[in-house]
Design a protein around this ligand. Structure first.
Ligand code: SF4
Length: 363
């Protein structure tokens, strides 16, 4: 296997025109900053961020709904750590926990079901925040609860689907993206077919990679070679491979539990069929129906430009508040609050580590 230095040299050699790649996933964006890759890549190879941070794309009104449900009597909200600190208009799950609400941090939706079994006198609510790759695991837990008659467990359906949103963003002629760097989450149970369709429609090179420095560089090299030879396809360089049987089973579970509806993304707006809701037959497991709380489809305006950054139209240094009014200690927007957020990654790996401050996209 070539070293990162050899891969960088080869990239320097073959990038002979401006190429713009969208780094879809927040974990990839963080890795790129951790390895300082942006500064070491050829000048013509530009990396912009995508909408792949699940917490960052949650509108403030939806966090308000999570908080409202968490404040109901006899409710235990079970959540991932990352969502805990994200504020709605005023409060977060962490702030209401400090005031006595029952909020527990868990690792998987199955932990939530286990808490439900151990606490039959409580209703356990799981805000299902994630992209399409998380849908099979959540569907499996809901079907398991239904088959075992566990009725004190329910989910706030907040799963977002990346392909329709990328499709909508890529329609913007100002974006002019040549390739998508995708994480191996898409390789799993979301549709690689959907990415193949995207690649063909928008003439993109796509490549799926793991999160190590060499994985990312090999993927960028693959995309540059695709672009140079006019190929538009999805190549998988990830070590994670799922069997067709696993894939078929996952799709079936997802179809049994969810269907896609038009859904709002923070800073981006409403995108057609870009989120999952729970089917009527399983409405007992839908916390929004159980508690009659609506997930609003309008945005609360704020000064933060996270939406623009997650749409590939800027980078954190383009924000006038970055590193000044908005820091890790005093975050304004969700991109600074979440560990997967692009502003937090920039802050941690440029300003905090004493490297020269990163350049804005529109410098
Ligand atoms: S630096 Fe802060 S205010 Fe600016 S875009 Fe990022 S999160 Fe929003």
């Amino acid at each position: 296997m070539p070293s990162s230095q050899e891969l960088l040299l080869e990239l320097q050699h073959i990038v002979d025109r401006p190429i713009r790649v969208m780094v879809v996933c927040g974990t990839h964006n963080r890795a790129i900053l951790r390895y300082d890759l942006r500064e070491r890549l050829p000048r013509n190879l530009e990396l912009v961020a995508g909408p792949g941070c699940t917490v960052c794309v949650m509108p403030a009104g939806h966090i308000d709904a999570f908080v409202k449900i968490a404040k109901q009597p006899d409710v235990i909200t079970t959540t991932c750590e990352d969502l805990l600190q994200v504020r709605g208009t005023r409060e977060s799950l962490a702030s209401i926990r400090a005031q006595g609400a029952l909020v527990e941090v868990i690792s998987t939706p199955r932990d939530s079901l286990a808490i439900a079994e151990a606490n039959p006198d409580k209703i356990i609510v799981y805000p299902a925040v994630g992209f399409e790759a998380t849908a099979p695991g959540i569907a499996e837990v809901i079907l398991d609860a239904a088959s075992r008659g566990i009725d004190n467990f329910c989910v706030i359906p907040s799963i977002r689907l990346l392909p329709p949103t990328l499709d909508s963003l890529l329609d913007d002629p100002h974006l002019s993206i040549d390739g998508l760097l995708c994480s191996d989450h898409i390789n799993s149970l979301s549709d690689t077919e959907a990415y193949t369709t995207l690649a063909q429609k928008h003439h993109l090179a796509c490549c799926i990679a793991g999160f190590e420095q060499e994985d990312i560089l090999r993927c960028l090299l693959n995309m540059v070679k695709q672009i140079r030879s006019g190929v538009t396809q999805v190549d998988n360089l990830s070590a994670v491979v799922y069997s067709s049987e696993e894939y078929r089973k996952a799709k079936k579970m997802v179809a049994e539990v969810f269907f896609a509806v038009d859904t709002i993304w923070r800073g981006i707006g409403i995108i057609e069929e870009s989120g999952f809701v729970i089917r009527d037959e399983l409405s007992l497991y839908d916390a929004t129906r159980r508690f009659n709380v609506r997930l609003p489809d309008e945005e609360i305006q704020c000064q933060c430009i996270c939406g623009m950054i997650m749409s590939g139209l800027g980078l954190p240094p383009d924000c006038p508040d970055f590193g000044k009014a908005c820091t890790i200690e005093h975050p304004i927007g969700p991109c600074m609050l979440s560990v997967e957020g692009i502003c937090a990654s920039y802050y941690n790996y440029t300003l905090e580590h004493g490297r020269p401050a990163a350049q804005p996209l529109h410098g």
